[in-house]
Ligand binder design. Structure first.
Ligand SMILES: Cc1cc2nc3c(=O)[nH]c(=O)nc-3n(C[C@H](O)[C@H](O)[C@H](O)COP(=O)(O)OP(=O)(O)OC[C@H]3O[C@@H](n4cnc5c(N)ncnc54)[C@H](O)[C@@H]3O)c2cc1C
Length: 316
């Protein structure tokens, strides 16, 4: 058992499961990576509030959502990993004519469906994103020319002291696939604003989103979505293609033939295979074009000893 659990003190009042050395592989889309020293899945927001002050200040806390944008390294995550379940954080409620109060555990696709029920447009892009609302709020998830920042009125969360915090859209500090909200706040819900529209038009938009995805992205593969951010005015996939990386393979990690800004775990890749492939792509793109691609995927945790991967393979 990890030495961390006793350091939390009395946890008898905590309702959600706290598990030591819990493998995270099954919780992320890539299906790679090591274990969490402790994994806590709060029963609800009050449970999260009760738990957070128990964690000693020197212990790192990492929150994960549905794991569709994460590369977990093989050495695992030290400290506490927190995952918000659909059961505890999965509510969607209409507020007035145009707003939805959405729990951070709600899958994006469910939000798109609920917005359709409510006759609100502006949410169809979520129909094609396999993450949850907590991740969407953090990543400023978006597609088809729109993103999460355009829908946010305010975000509610819990800070490390266990206090409830409310952040306006401005305080979320949104830019392309990024939020600069305070790093210790775990988002628990958000108030989102839509635009009233005819349901048939909304449904048609959602169908167009699905159709586009099926044709252009390896949506049924073990992947983390777009690997690198699009550099200003450029497409990451074009740079990767021009650098000759389409289909490039290291171990069981491969640059998708279908969309070369996607890396896929073909079968039994390790976190090391995927990250090494990503850094190889960055090094080759830099050599071919002079552009330094920036990871969009969040890489979390420790390398296994002796299997470290240097940015740009150490060539930049
Ligand atoms: C096939 C595929 C297609 C994709 N297409 C798109 C796309 O079109 N557009 C797009 O933007 N993304 C896309 N993605 C990436 C991904 O789905 C999004 O970034 C998504 O918003 C991540 O949500 P998640 O719940 O999976 O978060 P995770 O991947 O689990 O976490 C992502 C980040 O959010 C943080 N986070 C998660 N929950 C919380 C919370 N409650 N409070 C604070 N921080 C939190 C985590 O710490 C982490 O830094 C795609 C991924 C895949 C696999």
């Amino acid at each position: 058992m990890t030495a961390l659990l006793p350091r939390l003190g009395d946890t008898s009042h905590i309702r959600g499961p706290i598990e030591a050395e819990k493998s995270l592989k099954e919780l992320v889309w890539f299906r790679v990576g090591g274990a969490a020293e402790l994994l806590f899945q709060p029963a609800d927001e009050a449970d999260l509030q009760a738990f957070l002050p128990l964690v000693p200040a020197d212990v790192p806390i990492t929150v994960i959502g549905l794991g569709s944008n994460l590369l977990i390294r093989d050495g695992g995550l030290p400290g506490v990993v927190i995952r918000l379940s659909v059961r505890g954080f999965g509510g969607v409620a209409e507020e007035g004519e145009t707003r939805l109060r959405v729990g951070a555990g709600v899958p994006d696709k469910i939000l798109a469906a609920k917005a359709l029920d409510a006759g609100l447009s502006g949410f169809a892009f979520y129909h094609g994103i396999p993450g949850g609302i907590g991740g969407a709020l953090h990543m400023n998830a978006g597609a088809h020319g729109t993103d999460t920042s355009e829908r946010v009125v305010e975000v509610r969360g819990v800070n490390r002291k266990g206090e409830i915090v409310t952040l306006t859209r401005e305080a979320m500090g949104y830019s392309y696939r990024h939020s600069s909200a305070p790093g210790d706040v775990i988002f628990t819900s958000a108030l989102l604003e839509g635009i009233p529209e005819d349901r048939e038009a909304i449904r048609a938009n959602m169908e167009a989103v699905s159709e586009h995805r099926e044709k252009s992205q390896p949506v049924r593969s073990r992947t983390g979505g777009s690997t690198f951010k699009n550099p200003n005015g450029l497409s990451a996939w074009k740079l990767i293609d021009q650098a000759g990386c389409r289909g490039l393979r290291i171990g069981d990690a491969q640059v998708s033939e279908m969309h070369c800004n996607f890396l896929i775990n073909v079968d039994a890749a390790s976190g090391h295979d995927v990250e090494l492939l990503g850094e190889t792509v960055r090094a080759r793109v830099f050599k071919a074009s002079g552009v330094k691609l920036e990871w969009e995927i969040k890489r979390l945790g420790l390398f296994e000893a002796g299997r470290e991967v240097e940015p740009f393979l150490g060539q930049v």
